[in-house]
Design a protein around this ligand. Structure first.
Ligand code: GLN
Length: 246
């Protein structure tokens, strides 16, 4: 078994320790003797939808998104849509999450999105939405808590067809837009979220869930991942929850 991960624009879309998410996936595979292959795809590079089973788009400032948005739509959108349709998993964080949707509107300028999720993002008046955050999600079949850190100026609005990844624990974060209580998006095997942290080391179960989805696509059946000791991971989760006041 081998987990094949492709990061999109690892040079440009990589703030708040996005590399930590990838490193964490690598370690959780290696500790279980599962192979791990990582590649990056930058500007102008095409993507083979069959070659990777987990796609990752990290966070990025508005200026980074300006650099990649049109290129992403032009050179990668069709391949990503085909891979997702075929069961590949995709995790997009913050700036990457915003680019999953239809568009990101910054004043008079509108950046195109991948259109893989029914949502749009608008840079409105008002303060940046910053702070530790905890959300309740049913991703993976049971009610669980994700804890992380958010910092975004864009406000994301889900379309009527979109399912949020979760709900902000009331009073413990802002979520998509600081208003409707939703956080992130979850459609098929696509997860988008504003939670950084990095997210996965603080929420080890989510890393394992993504690994399982990706391996399932490759092997045809959902593997049973060996449990790991996870003492440090539990402590990291508890600390992120405490920071969010939950
Ligand atoms: N540029 C986006 C915003 O500020 C996302 C920032 C980020 O990835 N932290 O809304």
């Amino acid at each position: 078994m081998e987990l094949r991960v492709l990061s999109l624009y690892p040079e440009q879309m990589n703030i708040y320790a996005d590399r930590g998410n990838i490193l964490f996936l690598r370690r959780r595979c290696e500790w279980r003797q599962i192979g791990f292959e990582w590649r990056g795809a930058g500007p102008g590079e095409s993507v083979d939808p069959a070659e990777h089973d987990l796609f990752y788009i990290g966070g990025g400032q508005d200026r980074d998104q300006r650099v990649v948005a049109a290129d992403m739509v032009e050179t990668k959108r069709l391949a990503l849509a085909a891979a997702v349709e075929d069961g590949a998993a995709l995790l997009a964080v913050c700036g990457g999450y915003q680019l999953l949707g239809e568009s990101y509107q910054l004043g008079a300028e509108t950046l195109p999105g991948l259109g893989l999720a029914d949502l749009r993002t608008v840079r409105e008046e008002g303060p940046r939405l910053i702070g530790n955050v905890a959300i309740e999600t049913e991703l993976g079949g049971e009610k669980r808590l994700l804890a992380g850190f958010e910092n975004h100026g864009g406000r994301t609005y889900l379309g009527s067809g979109a399912r949020p990844l979760g709900r902000v624990v009331p009073g413990h974060g802002h979520g998509n837009n600081g208003d409707d209580g939703f956080e992130g998006v979850w459609e098929k095997n696509v997860v988008g979220t504003y939670l950084h942290g990095p997210l996965l080391p603080k929420n080890a179960w989510l890393a394992d869930h993504l690994i399982e989805l990706a391996l399932e696509r490759r092997c045809g059946e959902r593997p049973r991942l060996e449990p790991l000791p996870d003492e440090l991971e539990r402590a990291a989760h508890a600390s992120a929850r405490a920071a969010a006041g939950v």
